[in-house]
Ligand binder design. Structure first.
Ligand code: UDP
Length: 235
């Protein structure tokens, strides 16, 4: 199989790790996802992962709570997911390092860009937790930021939807899925791809995002090999 990309940033939403339970972690699902990440590394691709935390906690949905504190809780949630992914990859014989944007050195390495790149060059999967390390941001924005920092060629945003639509497909049965769409259109029409901070960062740094459905985790390999799945958001 021919690789389309040599270095990718895979953004996994927390929700994608929860399965039908919608909350917490379904380790069988984690294992399935990691099997496919392993295939990507065996094909020679360098894989960095930014993982969300929405299966445990989202700062923006925390009601009365002080937002910064709520976001700290959200960032900690991403660490739980990162450790679960690391465990599964390691059990499958894939070398892996976890790096956190908030230092917690007994648990994982701190995020250091050059060190992350070195791990990738050595064939290790790098899992980046705690998002950007700042409140009021999302892990989508962290994915955009880290992808730019490590010179990833593309962001794979693997979620529970199969691409970008012109309107909400749950409300409108005639909604049409794009194969390709520009960042300008995503921003102008507020298409529900990702938050505008993340979309702007990608646009300004010419970083394409491929959005696809993770309910079949083999889609990660399909995307890597350039099969026509999901929606490509680019300039
Ligand atoms: N978060 C944050 N700063 C970041 C990234 C994440 O404060 O740079 C917090 C925020 O509270 C967010 C939570 O971590 O709601 C989980 O991340 P996200 O909602 O992006 O996870 P996903 O929806 O992808 O599972």
């Amino acid at each position: 199989m021919e690789l389309k990309y040599k270095r990718i940033l895979l953004k996994l939403s927390g929700e994608a790790l929860a399965g039908d339970k919608k909350m917490g972690i379904d380790y069988n699902i984690v294992t399935d996802i990691c099997k496919n990440i392993k295939m990507c590394t065996e094909l020679g691709c360098q894989v960095a992962i930014v993982v969300g935390g929405g299966n445990f906690w989202r700062g923006r949905s925390s009601g009365e709570m002080e937002r910064t504190r709520a976001d700290h809780m959200g960032m900690l949630a991403t660490v739980i997911n990162a450790l679960a992914l690391a465990d599964s990859l390691e059990q499958q014989g894939v070398p892996v390092r976890v790096q956190t944007a908030l230092p917690m050195q007994q648990v994982a390495e701190p995020y250091i860009r050059n060190r992350a790149v070195r791990h990738l060059e050595k064939g290790r999967v790098v899992i980046l937790a705690c998002g950007t390390g700042n409140p009021f941001f999302s892990t989508d924005t962290a994915a955009a930021l880290r992808a730019a920092e490590i010179n990833a060629e593309v962001i794979f945003k693997a979620t529970m939807v199969d691409g970008v639509y012109d309107k909400d497909p749950k409300k409108y049965p005639d909604a049409v899925r794009f194969d390709r769409v520009s960042f300008s259109r995503v921003l102008a029409d507020s298409l529900g791809v990702m938050d505008s901070t993340a979309a702007s960062l990608c646009k300004d740094n010419s970083l394409p995002i491929l959005l696809f459905d993770l309910s079949d985790p083999y889609n990660i390999v399909r995307a890597l090999c350039g099969e026509d799945i999901g929606t490509l958001v680019s300039e």
